[in-house]
Design a protein around this ligand. Structure first.
Ligand code: G3H
Length: 195
């Protein structure tokens, strides 16, 4: 059976500042995670010549992949984080203060809520479908380096979690979720590489 390794990018400067979206680089902790991830991937997939690394097109994901050598890398726009439209770059506090109705609508129905000029979870789930189809087709292992909202959608598909749970699934930073698809079903392991 071939593993699929799912991980968020290493901690970014916007993660530290509590801002959503954006396209910043990694914090020091994020850079350390990138190195640990590279180590892990090189050991775990040492004998797998045909493995590949899939990232989003955002800097924090590309930089997280950059210490990994010896495997082809592919960038997917479909792996980019949920786009928060006019709220891109804001903190949740700022959204709550400046756009309370938006904040409340999202609290009420996080799955269907669409940011003004941005995306909803349903949008993200829909655009993640081509990635899922391609992951299903792969015979070799794949490392997916993406973002919380998109990984929630991918994880829910493989772990067979219901649609309404998707926006609330915990996908912690600096943790690898390994999915094994075997004949007897899907198995999952988690590796927390940093606190
Ligand atoms: O920036 C977006 C976050 O990773 C997704 O968080 O959808 O739970 O607000 P949220």
């Amino acid at each position: 059976p071939r593993p699929i390794l799912l991980t968020r990018h290493g901690e970014s400067l916007d993660n530290v500042r509590g801002r959503i979206g954006g396209d910043t680089v990694l914090s020091e902790a994020g850079e350390l995670y990138a190195k640990k991830l590279a180590n892990f991937v090189e050991k775990r997939l040492k004998s797998e010549r045909t493995a590949s690394i899939w990232t989003s097109t955002l800097q924090r994901a590309i930089l997280t992949a950059s210490p990994i050598v010896g495997f082809p890398k592919i960038q997917w726009r479909a792996l980019d984080e949920i786009y928060a439209g006019v709220c891109d770059g804001m903190s949740y506090e700022e959204i709550k203060r400046n756009m309370p109705e938006e904040y409340e609508s999202r609290e009420k129905d996080k799955l269907r809520y669409r940011y003004p000029r941005g995306e909803s979870y349903l949008d993200v789930i829909q655009r993640s479908e081509p990635v899922i189809i391609e992951l299903e087709r792969q015979r070799a292992p794949v490392v997916v380096i993406s973002h919380q909202a998109v990984l929630r959608a991918l994880y829910a598909y493989f772990a067979d979690r219901p649609l309404k749970e998707i926006p609330h699934i915990e996908v912690p930073l600096h943790t690898i979720i390994e999915i094994q698809m075997g004949v007897t079903g899907v198995q999952e392991k988690r590796y927390k590489l940093m606190d």
